[in-house]
Write a new protein. Sequence first.
Length: 585
Amino acid sequence: MATAFAQNWLEIQCRSIQYVERAIFVLADSEDRRLKMAASWPVDNEKPSELLATVRLAARKKNTDGGVRATLTSNQRFDYFAWPIFVNGHLLGIVAVQTKHQEKPVQRSILQTLKVGAQWLALPEPETEKQEQLFQNTVRLALGITDQADYRAMLTALVNLLILELHCDRVSFGAVKEQHCEVVAVSNSANMDAKANLIKAVAHAMDEAIDQDSILNFPAVANDQNIYRAHKELAKNFGSGSILTVPLVHQEKIFATVTLERNESHPFTASEANFCHQLMLLLAPSFYMRERLDQPLTKRLSEDARDSFGAVFGLSRLRLKLSLTAAALLVGFSAFTSTQFNVSAGAALEGRIQRSIAAPIAGYIDTAIARAGDTVDQGDIIATMDDSELRLQEAKLEAQRQQTNRALREAMATRDLVQVRVLNAQLDQANAELKLVQDQLERTRIRAPFNAIIIDGDLSDQLGAPVERGDSLFRIAPLSGYRVILKVREQDIAFVQNDQIGTLTLASLPGEHLPLTVEKITAVATAEDGANVFRVEAALSEAPEILRPGMGGVAKINVGERRMLWIWTRDIVDWIRLKLWSWWP
């Protein structure tokens, strides 16, 4: 690639970008895999380290369809952009520019401009000297047009240079305004109003090319599927037998069109159409940017607002917009709609009456018949204690009672009244002691005092272990009469009051919702799982027979109506308020 050609191309790119400070274009050497400087802007620009670093970053990414963007801060903030140019999957070179810091929409526009220029430069290498000359002429002509002082001068230069270059009779430039093309410049004509019908016909031809998003070359060649109705009318009424219309595209949007006309004896060739197409590719960013810069500030602001409005409400990124719209509608609906507010809390069932079964005497555990979870009937033996010592004591007392009884009969036979009285007293004492031992023997058989379920106690691993009198062995509860213990969070306890109603759903019965009523609120919090909870007692209005103490689930207490948005966001809002208050000096 010739150095002059690369320098001219880079200069065209820099004139198409706002607030450009410096730029470089490097070529990739496939032999030693090095990057060599091909052009710089300004021409005497030294090799800036920041631009070279951006180039190296773009080379490392090896991305064939994406640029590099970075912002560096020193005394002044600068943006750096780089775009790799690939041909047939091989890196041809990298263009990098430095600009003053811009907002993100402008940054995206700069990358788009580099992309368009890179696409033009990535065209296949010319196979013939004629093709190479065509590319050279394209860059030369583009450089002469972009060198003008303002947008109007660029338009004049474009239409007049195209007349000379392609020997046209007339060249017109049209800008897209409100979905239609408006002719804004005509070659060799200072007063366009005098040719109103001609201008209208040219505008229709431009609209025809825009509607089909294609370059139209009239008369059409074979197998051309495009429509040329407006071009035929223009040729018929105004004597231009050959017409070429080329759209200008920026950011995938047609913003202007060029129409070239000449005598029907000299139709536009494919090479000339390609020349105009490449020229418009090169000039499109410059025309777009220069036209915006020359507009009044109010018009630029209105167009930016319209583009922003279109970006928000247009069809681009439709899925994201629909999602955001749905979210906004949901937030708006929830902000004005009230619903039932429930305080949720973990819940567990307890028996309303709970009784502890203690060891009746000091001794040792002999057998364990029942354990926690078993259902027992009144009078059922649930455990026994070792009674061997009591049996021996019973036998001893029985022998003493019989011996005293024989002595009493002998005293009565000899009519020894004093001895009779003494022996009667000893006999009564022996009977009392025997009765006490027999009662203790009966107590070694621990029985259920009523129909109940054992909710705590398992002596199977304590057989032979000593127990003292009064030690708790079992805890039982009746099979009817339950209370619900709720563990309400500290953040929610202020909403809970006595006599409020709610529902209980147990893990074992997820399809049933049992009604409950709050009865008692404990005023002391306990720490569980790293959070403070308050114990709240509630009564069940209905208690199915399948319920058992110890069942767990979730309870919801109805505390009235609130806004849906407040219900969903109250936790995070309260947390933020507390944090702000704690941080505020």
